[in-house]
Design a protein around this ligand. Structure first.
Ligand code: FES
Length: 83
C-alpha cells in the first residue's frame, strides 16, 4: 500500500488519517514504543525520538517510532497492523 506523507507530518498520524489502524498509545512522544516499525527502505528524520534518534547500521535493522518519524524520502516500512 502506498500512502503519501508530507515531510511535515509524522508517519503515524498520516497513516491513521488514511484509515490504517496501528498500535499506539496516547504518548506520541516517542516514549512508549507502541508504534514501532521497521524501515526497510528510504530514510526518516526521527531526531525527536527518545529511543531511536539516529540510524546506524544496515537498513534492515532500522527500527523507527512512527509517531516521531518524518519521511525524508520515499520509504518502505513494515508496520504492525491491528487488523
Ligand atoms: S505512540 Fe508512543 S512511542 Fe509512538
Amino acid at each position: 500500500m502506498t500512502i503519501p506523507v508530507s515531510h511535515e507530518a509524522d508517519i503515524l498520524s498520516a497513516l491513521k488519517a488514511h484509515g490504517m489502524e496501528l498500535p499506539d498509545s496516547l504518548c506520541h512522544q516517542g516514549n512508549c514504543l507502541s508504534c514501532i516499525g521497521q524501515l526497510l527502505a528510504g530514510d526518516v528524520n526521527q531526531a525527536t525520538s527518545s529511543f531511536y534518534p539516529a540510524h546506524n547500521g544496515p537498513v534492515a535493522t532500522k527500527f523507527i517510532l512512527l509517531c516521531r518519524a518524518f519521511p525524508c524520502s520515499d520509504c518502505t516500512i513494515k508496520t504492525y497492523l491491528l487488523n
